[in-house]
Design a protein around this ligand. Structure first.
Ligand code: BG6
Length: 504
């Protein structure tokens, strides 16, 4: 979906695609494979160049070779050599390091020469595939040498990937630093969840169908569950993860994207400003809890050794993780949204690593029907009415409801009405970044996070961070790798007379 009137399928304007961190994992694993898919679909500009910025000198040939090897390894479909070579022929490498400001002056000149040769005019997209600590220093240098100034009608855009800060204060500081050198409309904060078709479909499900919106509120909905369970353990990311934990890694970004799409008010128009304002408004309406409330309304766990398709070592045994670390690898939260639509409707969120199954879904639990009519039916046989938006691995929508079991007596059983994307649509396997990169080039920022949403997200999770920091190991539970997570997560709902949905 584009929200700025550009027809999908139109080629973007000529531009330079400048990647900081060009030798890194993100560039090889996602950015280049996604650009390749766009090239194969003829959705890259005719006049285009990719400029890899590396901290150490590297020849054009060397970077092309390394990107080609990455593409062969990570491409989502068989690589057509003609398309790949055409794409990689437009790659050059320039050395620059934000700790050596003069390298940016040099880079600006080299870039201008290259752009003249490649006829990319002056449109530039700077993609920061770097560790987050480099965002502000690179932004500062780009600003200082004038590369972000939008002049002569050309656009200049800066793309960054989560994490946007590590708490409310650092997120505010990062936003402030970037806004010193660029305007908000130039900043594209990527959350890869918004590249997922099923996530984008939440808006369509809610607002392109007349039957859901009238019941999408506290009168009909009992509560909402958002689950992002992963089988993956922390693996080789110990150093990043131990300083981050499940809450920071997943909640203010991915889970809140899901929450905001499910809970936002209907936008008056389908344009980036209106949609992003509604998303920011609902995040700002999440009740800020006291530290005592945060402890009551959360569970956190850490995995110990176990088995998931083979033995898994406990989290504390992971390379670069402190042996007595109290970093959580699982979190469950109960949140409230203080507005007219959601007053009294709890939102339960959970996410964790090294769990029994991989499952990402939003489950909307409707209020129970009055039982009077079915007094002789065992209540536990009345299945719950859920509308489930499946994001992974089953992409689709399921409605659970009760039906009569055929036969002379009244017996009731729960059944499912199921829509699966794969049954209706044939999609080419993709990285999930294609739409996002294309949107950056055509200037549609509807799928990107605005500074106010980022800050509202951190505002909501800050009490949990503070409360857990103060509590240290107290309250940290342990769960075996390959299990369903800590007991406290189950208790969080059971205390309210509810349960996490069990997939059928
Ligand atoms: C990333 C997190 O942002 O999202 C990872 O840093 C996590 O820890 C990943 O595994 C999950 O993404 P997905 O698309 O597999 O649900």
């Amino acid at each position: 979906m584009t929200s700025n009137g550009v027809t999908r399928q139109a080629k973007p304007d000529p531009c330079s695609f400048i990647i900081f961190g060009a030798t890194g994992d993100l560039t090889h694993r996602l950015v280049i494979p996604a650009l390749y898919n766009l090239a194969a679909a003829r959705l890259l500009p005719d006049d285009f160049c990719i400029v890899g910025i590396a901290r150490n000198e590297m020849s054009d040939d060397a970077i092309r070779e390394s990107l080609m090897a990455g593409l062969r390894k990570h491409a989502t479909r068989p690589v057509d050599d003609g398309v790949a070579q055409h794409l990689l022929a437009c790659v050059s490498c320039i050395q620059a390091d934000p700790s050596e400001p003069e390298s940016f002056d040099r880079m600006a000149k080299q870039l201008a020469t290259l752009e003249e040769k490649r006829k990319t005019t002056g449109n530039r997209l700077f993609y920061l595939a770097t560790p987050p600590a480099a965002f502000a220093p690179i932004g500062e240098q780009l600003g200082r040498v004038g590369l972000l100034r939008e002049d002569n009608g050309y656009w200049r855009r800066l793309v960054i990937e989560k994490p946007f800060g590590t708490d409310l204060a650092s997120a505010k500081a990062l936003n402030a630093d970037l806004l010193k050198v660029a305007n908000e409309h130039q900043l594209y904060r990527i959350d890869h969840y918004l590249g997922k078709e099923t996530v984008q479909n939440i808006l369509v499900l809610r607002f392109a169908n007349g039957m859901f919106e009238p019941i999408w509120n506290r009168n009909h909905i009992d509560h909402i569950q958002i689950t992002v369970d992963e089988k993956l353990d922390v693996g080789r990311r110990g150093s990043f993860y131990d300083a981050t934990g499940a809450l920071r890694d997943m909640v203010p970004n991915h889970l809140f994207q899901l929450l905001s799409l499910v809970a936002m008010e209907p936008p008056a128009r389908f344009d980036a400003h209106t949609v992003r304002s509604e998303k920011a408004a609902v995040l700002a309406a999440i009740q800020t809890q006291s530290q005592a409330e945060a402890l009551r309304n959360s569970a956190r766990g850490q995995y110990t050794s176990g088995s998931i398709n083979g033995p898994i070592a406990g989290y504390r045994k992971t390379k670069d993780v402190e042996p007595d670390s109290n970093t959580e690898t699982y979190v469950a939260l109960k949140l409230a949204i203080d507005n007219w639509r959601w007053a009294g409707v709890p939102f339960y969120l959970r996410t964790g690593k090294a769990l029994a199954t991989k499952r990402t879904e939003v489950a909307i639990k409707f209020k129970q029907a009055p039982f009077a009519m079915f007094q002789d039916t065992p209540v536990d046989r009345l299945s719950q009415n859920y509308l489930v938006i499946g994001i992974e691995p089953a992409e689709g929508i399921t409605l659970q409801f009760n039906t009569k079991v055929p036969g002379p007596s009244i017996a009731i059983d729960g059944v499912e009405m199921k829509f699966l994307y794969k049954d209706y649509f044939k999609a080419e396997p993709a990285t999930g970044y294609e739409t996002l990169l294309y949107d950056c080039m055509i200037g549609d920022n509807i799928l990107f996070q605005r500074a106010d949403s980022v800050e509202a997200g951190w505002q909501a999770v800050q009490p949990f961070l503070d409360a857990w920091k103060a509590a240290g190991n107290d309250g940290l539970e342990f769960y075996a790798a390959g299990s369903d997570g800590p007991a406290g997560s189950t208790a969080l709902l059971e205390d309210d007379g509810r349960n996490w949905r069990k997939p059928s």
